[in-house]
Design a protein around this ligand. Structure first.
Ligand SMILES: O=C(O)CCC(=O)C(=O)O
Length: 305
């Protein structure tokens, strides 16, 4: 990554790296994502919806070191689409579960050699180095499907709301398009320069003592701010492009209203040097585990095929 691109990242809060992956590499990731979707291991339906105000879902809370499957919230228990969805719901037809997936995560980098190899690749390490990260480690990874006509919108957010650290700038996201991403199929939109205003709100683990069960649930610490849509600009990209995302920059994506898929592989890196990852974040590794360090070989990265 050149000095100019580093400057762009610091100025805008994101930077676009075209041709980050070649066709073959994109195809390999895409095939791996399709294979996950073809082999959904259990019949439980767990959903994911961006901006959901409250969550009490042990499967989600436990997913930090696993390969866990999350459907669009428009999926009901029996795998049908809710009546408020267009497309299949209008005709009453059901869709195959693979077409209803929202994402698979959050430790693909640990459990899957193809994703692990990309997330810990030399270009990723080099970007971390160029951005001045001193001890970068992969905190989480996920495959996002954004399926045609079904993939829901992702509301405006800062990634640091979810993976909060002090300082919050220790967090950097990598988002790799595995299809051409357009305004029709749900490309990312960014509010350029919005990373300079601190963390707007946090999504945190709290104890639910209303029921007497003392269960952990997740909730925002303040209501969703209202952002003018005029601050966001679409960032359509070709497949193979990587967008490097500052932890504090506001971004979002629209629902996929097209007939085209918009798959992406994304992961977050935390600079562990001089930062403190919050124990209130939703993503917590089991006791004794640590994030996968990118500059040392101490941790178990998946073996290459
Ligand atoms: O892939 C998308 O549509 C949005 C992803 C995103 O914003 C995120 O994971 O933070």
């Amino acid at each position: 990554m050149s000095d100019t691109l580093v400057e762009k990242f610091l100025q805008d809060g994101f930077v676009i790296l075209e041709d980050f992956l070649n066709e073959e590499e994109v195809e390999e990731l895409r095939k791996a994502g399709e294979a996950l979707a073809e082999n959904i291991p259990d019949n439980d339906i767990h959903t994911f919806k961006s901006g959901e105000e409250k969550r009490k879902d042990q499967y989600f809370l436990d997913s930090a070191d696993k390969v866990s499957y999350f459907y669009e919230t428009s999926v009901t228990e029996n795998g049908n689409l809710d009546s408020n969805m267009n497309g299949d719901a209008e005709t009453g037809k059901t869709s195959a579960p693979r077409n209803l997936l929202n994402k698979v995560g959050h430790a693909l980098h640990k459990h899957h050699p193809v994703f692990g190899r990309v997330a810990s690749s030399t270009p990723v390490r080099e970007i971390c180095y160029r951005l001045g990260l001193e001890d970068p480690a992969i905190a989480q990874s996920m495959y996002i499907y954004k399926n045609p006509k079904i993939g829901g919108e992702v509301l405006p957010h800062q990634d640091a709301s979810y993976l909060y650290a002090e300082p919050p700038s220790a967090l950097v996201g990598f988002w790799i398009a595995l299809d051409d991403a357009t305004t029709k199929n749900g490309c990312l939109w960014f509010a350029s320069g919005s990373h300079k205003s601190g963390v707007h709100r946090r999504f945190m683990r709290t104890i639910d003592n209303t029921t007497g069960s003392n269960e952990v649930h997740l909730a925002y610490d303040s209501p969703a701010p209202s952002y003018p849509s005029s601050i966001f600009r679409p960032v359509p990209v070709k497949k193979g492009t990587c967008i490097v995302i500052h932890g504090l920059v506001l971004h979002k994506s629209d629902a996929n209203t097209s007939n085209d898929p918009r798959h992406a592989f994304t992961f977050h890196v935390l600079d562990q040097k001089g930062s403190k990852y919050s124990p209130s974040n939703w993503l917590q590794l089991p006791e004794g585990q640590s994030f996968v360090s990118l500059y040392s070989n101490k941790h178990n990265l998946p073996a290459s095929n």
